[in-house]
Design a protein around this ligand. Structure first.
Ligand SMILES: *Cc1c(COP(=O)(O)O)cnc(C)c1O
Length: 478
């Protein structure tokens, strides 16, 4: 008999797990239905592993114990929440992998209220008849952007698709080769465009596209798309066309123009000391494209959404588009976005939104926060570790201000590298988790992206990690 079949002979049948006492407490009532599927999965997984296993052959009892342990662990995980709160010590303010912008308390409260209760989502209270979803939210967005009308949908990727699909109707779409961009892992501009059914006509070169390139490509039935270069910069021998110039050319030729503004800055970021990398959305709208699209959860500081701005006619047509239904947002998104836009409308200066607040933090405030953490943590730090407040750099993130680094303050831990790495891992496995940055010097926590109210949680997170390290023998396992 081969080694593999000798191993496989010991694999417990599914019935052995279903009858096992250790699973009896779990396998009750309706839970049995899905737990049986989990058991089938675990046994199949073990079978695969045994086919290629090496080393001593495990007996039936050992394998049964292994399988039961796995089922219990999977069942525990499945019956717990599947996300973990994260304390963001990365210094990346709009961190796409950590959920981009945080809601303001007011936005969270608004979302919570409509989540728990009914609301006038598509109901006109004065007349008692059917109303139109999102009307006031869209009115607020349009007013802030200086556009006649706006439509809120699921995200900017959907906004670009819908805007291009509506205007091009499967015809030619002209796009500069310098703007065939990828945003994150899954948004590749030419792929989105292919899905609109249009024929993509690339013009110019990666580094240079002129007004003349556009002029030559324009013919009746052509739509032009211009995309903000969010997450990269082109330097050196470059040429680009101003949005206003392009809008004028397109108007003259009778060709519609869509502008994907990416982030959607509603606040003048220059006021926060950021360079002029991101224009105000209102400036993009004023430049005159037929439709402008942006994200809701980047520099706007709101929730995941895509907003399309344009004339009343275009926006009404977009609203009536069959795919709009597929891209629509739910009531919690509308409520949160409404609260965020209201904050912009109410504010005489800067609205109170976490994304803006974090970008506006002074060096003094950052120094104080980092110093506070240092004082709290240093006495409890493992021996051989040193914690210092050092200058560092945050970034805006979310594919915005890609070349910009903002001066910040870090709590920097130096010490044995394996211990620092083990600690960072334990911090990531905590609840709430803490994600910092490991670099040449050591383990850094950028305090810009940690709220004042979270400082105690950071102290506790380090305390837990250090305690685990002390009881396991630091830096060894894991
Ligand atoms: C971020 C971004 C998108 C995608 O926006 P989502 O809201 O994440 O769908 C599209 N275009 C540009 C230029 C962007 O920066």
């Amino acid at each position: 008999m081969s080694d593999a079949s000798a191993r496989l002979r010991e694999l417990p049948p599914i019935s052995a797990l279903l009858d096992d006492d250790r699973l009896a407490g779990l396998l009750t009532g309706r839970r049995t239905l899905w737990l049986t599927r989990v058991i089938q999965g675990v046994v199949a997984e073990l079978r695969d592993e045994l086919r290629t296993a090496e080393g001593p052959i495990l007996g039936r009892e050992q394998l049964l114990k292994l399988a039961v342990d796995r089922v219990v662990a999977q069942a525990d995980a499945l019956m717990s929440k599947s996300w973990t709160r994260v304390l963001n010590g990365t210094g990346v303010v709009v961190h796409t992998n950590l959920g981009r912008s945080c809601f303001s308390p007011a936005a969270a409260e608004a979302a919570r209220t409509v989540a728990l209760h009914n609301c006038d989502l598509e109901f006109d209270l004065p007349s008692g008849t059917r109303g139109h979803r999102g009307r006031q939210v869209e009115q607020k967005a349009a007013l802030l952007a200086g556009a006649p009308a706006a439509l809120v949908i699921n995200n900017n990727a959907a906004a670009v698709w819908l805007a291009v699909r509506h205007l091009s109707r499967g015809g030619r779409v002209v796009l500069s080769r310098g703007e065939v961009v990828a945003i994150g892992g899954s948004f590749r501009m030419h792929e989105i465009l292919a899905e609109t059914g249009c024929t993509l006509v690339e013009i110019g070169t990666t580094n240079r596209t002129s007004l003349e390139d556009y002029r030559q490509a324009l013919e009746p039935g052509t739509t032009v798309l211009k995309v903000h270069r969010s997450n990269f910069t082109v330097e050196g021998f470059t040429e680009d066309v101003e949005l206003a110039e392009l809008a004028e050319l397109c108007r003259g030729a009778g060709c519609p123009l869509v502008y994907d503004a990416g982030s959607g800055a509603f606040h003048p970021y220059a006021e926060l000391g950021l360079p002029a990398g991101e224009r105000l959305l209102a400036e993009d709208v004023a430049a005159g494209p037929d439709l402008v699209t942006c994200s809701g959860d980047k520099l706007l500081g709101g929730c995941q959404a895509g907003i399309i701005f344009g004339s009343r006619d275009h926006v009404s047509a977009l609203r009536a588009h069959p795919m709009r239904r597929a891209f629509r947002v739910d009531k919690t998104t509308l409520a949160a976005l409404d609260e965020v836009l209201t904050a912009y409308l109410r504010a005489e200066g800067q609205p109170a939104l976490p994304t803006l607040d974090q970008l506006a933090l002074s060096l003094d405030a950052l120094e104080q926060a980092a110093e506070h953490l240092r004082r709290e943590l240093v006495p409890a730090a493992p021996s051989g570790w040193s914690g210092q407040v050092v200058p560092g750099e945050s970034s805006v993130g979310g594919g915005t201000f890609s070349a910009t680094r903002i001066e910040s303050r870090l709590l920097m831990w130096t010490g044995p590298k394996a211990e620092l790495e083990r600690c960072h891992q334990l911090l990531r496995l905590g609840d709430p988790a803490l994600v910092g940055r490991m670099n040449q010097q050591g383990l850094a926590v950028d305090v810009r992206t940690i709220a004042v109210a979270e400082m105690d949680l950071v102290v506790q997170a380090f305390g837990r990690a250090w305690q685990t390290m002390a009881s396991n023998g630091s830096g060894k396992d894991g």
